[in-house]
Design a protein around this ligand. Structure first.
Ligand code: IPE
Ligand code: IPE
Ligand code: MG
Length: 246
């Protein structure tokens, strides 16, 4: 069975999970943090190489102060609690997004988690925090411009691969499978560039209700799909892979 090398997930539905129980939204986020562990365990068991989780979008800063505050507390707690165990299990942790926007204590723990786990290779765990896909493309464009101005890059050499080298997660294959929980069918400014040929999978299940069976269902559906990358079915069946992206 074809297992995705890289799984990208929008963990949505925490707020509604809590509201259905007439509880504050922060309780939903806490329950959502448990589901993160379910997802990581699943990836480790199935031998998935990379997992990218959308934890907090650039736009989520605009939520009520109380909710943002509760999320920050949760991030801090999770960084304190989980990183050693992730390290022990061979997980490399990285953060993508505008980390400068976080308070110094969170920022420092992000750096420390990355430094501690930098040598691990069993699972690449990428946490998108204060992340926006458009912002990611803009920062890659800025890096291209800076290299061009400094004489390191000719303008005529700016192509897809040059931008690709400067976008988040450049060292990993693009996500093979994208999962969004919570019932909405949209990308919400997640990895816009990287998802160009990713298989998309949506479920109404709310993120805190995630379990391994649901993830397995997504993987089973994925294994049944034919990824053509613009080619014909016959070409793909014939192994015409030289035109396919990595
Ligand atoms: C996802 O759950 C978590 C974050 C965006 C931080 P939501 O908080 O968006 O939950 P819903 O979509 O309101 O139910
Ligand atoms: C996307 O969910 C961001 C995260 C899960 C972190 P949102 O709840 O913010 O997305 P919209 O507002 O429904 O598009
Ligand atoms: Mg939501």
């Amino acid at each position: 069975m074809t297992v995705p090398r890289h799984l990208a997930v929008i963990m949505d539905g925490n707020g509604r999970w809590a509201e259905r129980r007439r509880r504050p939204r922060a309780i939903g986020h806490r329950a959502g943090a448990r589901a993160v562990n379910v997802c990581i365990d699943f990836c480790l068991e199935r031998g998935i190489d990379a997992l990218t989780l959308f934890a907090f979008s650039s736009e989520n800063w605009g939520r009520p102060e109380e909710e943002v505050g509760a999320l920050m507390k949760l991030f801090l707690g999770a960084l304190d609690r989980e990183v050693d165990e992730l390290h022990r299990r061979g997980v490399r942790v990285r953060f993508i997004g505008e980390r400068e926007r976080f308070a110094a204590d969170i920022h420092q723990r992000m750096q420390a988690a990355e430094a501690l786990t930098a040598g691990n290779t069993r699972l690449h765990l990428n946490i998108a925090a204060s992340y926006g896909g458009r912002q990611d493309i803009a920062q890659a464009a800025r890096a291209l411009a800076a290299d061009a101005l400094a004489g390191r890059l000719r303008v005529e050499d700016i192509d897809e691969s040059a931008l690709d080298a400067r976008i988040s997660l450049a060292d990993l294959p693009a996500p093979d499978l994208f999962i969004r929980t919570g019932g909405d069918h949209r990308i919400s400014n997640f990895l816009l560039w990287q998802l160009a040929y990713t298989e998309l999978w949506f479920t109404d299940v709310l993120w805190p209700d995630l379990d391994a069976d649901l993830l397995q269902r997504a993987l089973d559906d994925y294994a049944r799909r034919e990824r053509r990358f613009g080619l014909t079915s016959a070409q793909v069946a014939g192994g015409a892979t030289e035109n396919l992206p990595a």
